[in-house]
Design a protein around this ligand. Sequence first.
Ligand SMILES: NC(=O)c1ccc[n+]([C@@H]2O[C@H](COP(=O)([O-])OP(=O)(O)OC[C@H]3O[C@@H](n4cnc5c(N)ncnc54)[C@H](O)[C@@H]3O)[C@@H](O)[C@H]2O)c1
Length: 302
Amino acid sequence: MKVFITGGSGFIGLPLVKRLLEQGHEVKVLDLQKLDVEHENLEFINKSILDKLSEDVKGSDIVYHFAAILGVDNSDNKPLETMKINLEGSVNVFKSVIEAGVKHVIYVSSSEVYGEPRELPIKEDSVKGPVSTYGVSKLAAEIYAKAYTREFGTDIRIVRFFNVYGPRQSNNFVIPIFINKALDNKPLEVFGNGSQTRCFTYVEDAVNGILTVVGKGKSGEVYNIGNNKPTTVLELAQIIKELTGSNSEIIKAGFGKETRLKEREIEYRIPDISKMKVLGWKPKTMVKEGIKKIFEFKKKKD
Ligand SMILES: NC(=O)c1ccc[n+]([C@@H]2O[C@H](COP(=O)([O-])OP(=O)(O)OC[C@H]3O[C@@H](n4cnc5c(N)ncnc54)[C@H](O)[C@@H]3O)[C@@H](O)[C@H]2O)c1
């Protein structure tokens, strides 16, 4: 197959690119960041998702749209730029795909679209109430994706990832922050009392999930892809402290302007993954094991 991936140089995009190349597909990656892989079946396009793309995507069997500005704090610091890239950029990708006659698209969305859930576990059709610019931008692009599916019959499937982690994740996210601090024996700070629950999803499970949706999912459908075993942020700090053998103290940091506004913090986040289970997918790597894999990766790199 001829596969086109926006944001394919990124943390989740790159392992997918590698997997698709192993499977013998021809892959084009569009990203602003250089791709650190070379392969005879791989082409890199150094462009923005805001640029004209229809000629680039023409002839692709499927487009995976990953490119985005990430992070709750990061996007709240630059709301207009976030909306521009995540919403206008996504609409541009969908329009280019339709113009070029590409039939299949996967839009990569986020559990941030739900905000603080009104029910647990969170189902795909649970109430959406994003509380960050990032969450709003991802939800707005989903709404366009659904409208384009209805209007043009393009098969756009949406996956909502829940807190993906693994090797190469940017240092702004909680697992790399805790690992780096623990390795330096610096304090690990949890916001509030650290009781926030997250379902940390190992990156290879996320890649397996998206490929399952491509193979067995349905047009216009939305799928939660996440680990359904919750871990509190305090437990996460304890696990990382134990695995690193660190002397770090675990500190409970209050909410506030200097740390994290309470209104921006989601207390509970657990996905209902029954739709993915019906397709034959479930997460395989639990959080302790996933963190050990990050250490193995770091050792190989050094
Ligand atoms: N990491 C997570 O926990 C998580 C959770 C839910 C959803 N997601 C979604 O998964 C996708 C990938 O996230 P990631 O974690 O790999 O992040 P990442 O930042 O590593 O990857 C994003 C990629 O997009 C590229 N990019 C940014 N702006 C661009 C532009 N204007 N034009 C072209 N490329 C551009 C970046 O260079 C980067 O390579 C995003 O859509 C994100 O919203 C991630």
